[in-house]
Design a protein around this ligand. Structure first.
Ligand code: NAP
Length: 479
């Protein structure tokens, strides 16, 4: 967008960082710098915190319908600007324009969903069992929140947190990832245009995440942390949140198993694999990381998947007809290269891809590896790239045990035509979400989240707003 803001947003005003610092944002397809944005430090964080704390009381008293209508207006503006937002996202993050447009729609949908939830915050109550007392229950906003988002879905990870926070009546500070601040700043401008009062949303873009966030978490005035990112950083933030007993929601990493049984419809399984693996170039927490395929169909599944993956067009996301954009940066690509090299050293066969192309940009080709050794590093590391690693299995119990043999538990995918098996296996997988004969689970109306070290709490769905609300119980004697 030609007029995308590049400053911090504090108390309803666009401002420079207190020390004047800026940081570059580059295009991963070319390596060229496309903008400089304000680089906040601890002083800016304090100002943002003051603005959020100051605005909290009045915002909590705002009529739910008014909060709902701000979200609804923002939803409509986002959709009207789909093309501009998609171009902006592609330029800072790399995903192909068609996927960026899809993310804009997905991101907007969280605002529509939570505009509908804002007016359905219920309480409860009744006569207590002793007959002498009654209780009145109300639900109140938890208070000022810190929202920390990753770079892989620059708009949707923001709206998935901002939407319920606004609906619940919380004020907030958003800290987007430094690779993709522009989408968040454009979103902020839209919320201002939609009538969000000053101080409700404050945005600090920064390259100094630790210095900016730690004092906020330990300070005692931020009452809620909603974080999406890696398990390692989530663990650190949980420790920091413990001091002031900050309530937390954690959407962390995954290591999704993708299981194809011998009775699966292989057309469906390959379609599902393309979605579960290649959405966002594999840079998704929901990405299938370990393909367990029954030995009787593994050769055929691998052949068909390699054919589909090999036909994808790689290039800058802004170019027509491109299916696979660059990875986010050179570090991300180097990690993928190392994981593939390790698997190959341990005996994996490269069915397609596996070779980094020459030239500028952080491109990596769609890759399928067969006969992957279970001890390969990519079995217990999020690949975060377009690499499908196939292992074989013989029995149902065995594959369930191997699928669950990981500290993560975000999502699993199961492909079988047998109803009993589908339900039995899904119920035994230690994950928060299952794609049954489908490679896509994300939907704003469904509760998204994981178990084990994939996170705490859920985003979206009917329960998404609960993360931003507290109960208050009033004890009232029956007169
Ligand atoms: P990351 O390195 O954990 O960073 C996520 C966010 O945390 C960024 O904004 C980052 O800023 C910030 N951060 C890092 N250290 C921090 C600190 N000490 N204090 C405060 N903030 C800090 O993860 P990523 O590489 O951007 O994103 C990929 C990860 O996110 C993957 O593991 C993926 O599975 C996960 N993810 C999960 C979900 C889900 O819903 N479960 C969705 C999307 C992504 P800096 O970069 O400046 O450090």
């Amino acid at each position: 967008m030609t007029d995308t803001p590049t400053q911090l947003f504090i108390g309803g005003a666009w401002v420079d960082a207190a020390d004047g610092a800026t940081m570059p944002v580059d295009d991963p397809a070319t390596g060229e710098i496309i903008a400089h944005v304000a680089d906040a430090g601890p002083k800016d964080a304090r100002l943002a915190e003051e603005a959020a704390v100051r605005a909290q009381e009045e915002w909590a008293r705002t009529a739910p319908r008014a909060r709902s209508e701000i979200l609804r207006r923002a939803y409509e503006i986002i959709l009207d600007r789909t093309d501009e937002l998609a171009h902006l996202m592609t330029s800072e993050m790399g995903k192909p324009l068609a996927e960026a447009r899809g993310e804009v729609a997905y991101a907007a949908e969280f605002f529509r969903w939570f505009s509908e939830e804002a007016v359905r915050i219920d309480g409860g109550g009744g006569i207590l069992p002793d007959g002498r007392n009654r209780m009145l229950l109300s639900r109140r906003p938890v208070g000022p929140c810190l929202l920390i988002t990753p770079w892989n879905f620059p708009l949707a990870m923001g709206t998935r947190k901002i939407g319920p926070a606004i609906a619940a009546g919380c004020t907030m500070i958003l800290k987007p990832a430094p690779q993709t601040p522009l989408s968040s700043l454009a979103l902020t401008a839209i919320l201002k245009e939609a009538g969000l009062p000053d101080g409700v949303l404050n945005v600090v873009t920064t390259s100094r995440a630790g210095e900016v966030c730690e004092p906020l978490l330990r300070g005692g005035r931020i009452r809620k942390l909603s974080f999406t990112g890696s398990t390692a950083v989530g663990r650190l933030l949980l420790a920091q949140s413990a001091e002031a007993v900050v309530r937390t929601s954690m959407e962390l990493g995954g290591n999704a198993p993708f299981i194809v049984f011998e009775d699966a419809d292989l057309d469906k399984a390959v379609d599902g694999a393309m979605l579960a693996k290649m959405r966002n170039m594999g840079e998704a927490c929901t990405a299938a990381n370990r393909f367990f395929v029954h030995h009787s169909v593994a050769e055929e599944f691998g052949r068909r998947l390699a054919e589909r993956m090999g036909a994808l067009v790689i290039g800058p996301g802004t170019r027509d007809g491109v299916d696979v954009g660059p990875l986010i940066d050179r570090t991300g690509r180097a990690k993928v290269e190392e994981l593939v090299a390790d698997a190959v050293e341990r005996g994996a066969r490269v069915l397609v891809g596996g070779r980094t192309p020459e030239g500028p940009g952080c491109f990596y080709p769609p890759t399928v590896l067969a006969d992957v050794d279970a001890g390969s590093r990519l079995m217990d590391t999020e690949i975060f790239g377009p690499v499908a690693a196939i292992l074989t299995f013989d029995h149902e119990d065995e594959v369930i045990r191997r699928a669950n043999d990981t500290p993560w538990g975000l999502v699993g995918y199961v492909f079988t035509e047998g109803l009993d098996r589908a339900l039995r296996v899904s119920e035994r997988l230690e994950v928060g979400m299952v794609g049954l004969n489908t490679g896509l689970v994300s939907n704003p109306a469904a509760p998204f989240g994981g178990v084990k070290q994939s996170g705490l709490g859920r985003e979206g769905g009917r329960v998404g707003i609960d993360e931003f609300l507290e109960y208050q119980y009033l004890a009232v004697p029956v007169g």
